[in-house]
Design a protein around this ligand. Structure first.
Ligand code: NAG
Ligand code: NAG
Length: 180
């Protein structure tokens, strides 16, 4: 599988270059990581919904008309060693789904009319345990937050215009790319 090998080489190189924190003695058990699915709302008013829960995906695709895009990355659904909660708040009018590890940002969104959807997943707060950045972008015209581990896609969206760089939401796993 040359493509998979190339991807693994790319991710390994990216990890070497950007790893700035020492590896702690404790990590989450990668065997427990599950896919975080991405769904997109079609049409002019863009929105992206992320969940590791198959029931959520069924619900939002059937009742709300979102389309499953695929697996965004891998996350934990219970708090594993060195992980922190990724909070989910949403505004169904714009619509927008916002994911953040910051309680301050979550609380500010709640004060501004967003609703609390609790903790969607547990992720790493820094690039440890073989994790990769989960890039966060924002489209003001569509009031849409978008998250991706794909640096090429992120750069392409920023270059295309309309998207603002909102940094890194946290660190997640993409080890499945390198699995047989
Ligand atoms: C990781 O999880 C797998 C599957 O649940 C389990 O078999 C294994 O013992 C766990 N490893 C550790 C170090 O806890
Ligand atoms: C990353 O994004 C680029 C640009 O959208 C795409 O061509 C490429 O297939 C993506 N890579 C992966 C591993 O999804």
């Amino acid at each position: 599988m040359p493509l998979l090998l190339a991807l693994c080489a790319f991710h390994a190189a990216a990890h070497d270059v950007s790893a700035r924190t020492p590896t702690p003695l404790t990590c989450g058990n990668a065997s427990d990581a599950v896919p975080l699915y991405c769904l997109a709302y079609p049409g002019a008013v863009n929105d992206y919904f992320y969940s590791p829960i198959v029931g959520d995906i069924d619900l939002i695709s059937h009742s709300d008309g979102y389309n499953l895009q695929g697996v965004a990355c891998y996350v934990f659904t219970t708090q594993e060693l060195s992980t922190i909660p990724l909070f989910h708040v949403y505004d169904s009018t714009t619509p927008d789904n916002l994911y953040t590890t910051s309680t301050g940002e979550r609380d500010l969104a709640l004060e501004n009319g967003y609703l609390d959807a609790g903790t969607v997943a547990y992720i790493y707060p820094s690039q440890i345990c073989g994790s990769v950045p989960f890039y966060r972008l924002y489209n003001a015209a569509g009031t849409a937050h978008y998250y991706t581990i794909n640096g090429t896609e992120r750069n392409a969206l920023l270059a295309a215009g309309g998207w603002a760089d909102e940094g890194i939401a946290g660190y997640v796993l993409d080890w499945s790319l390198c699995s047989p």
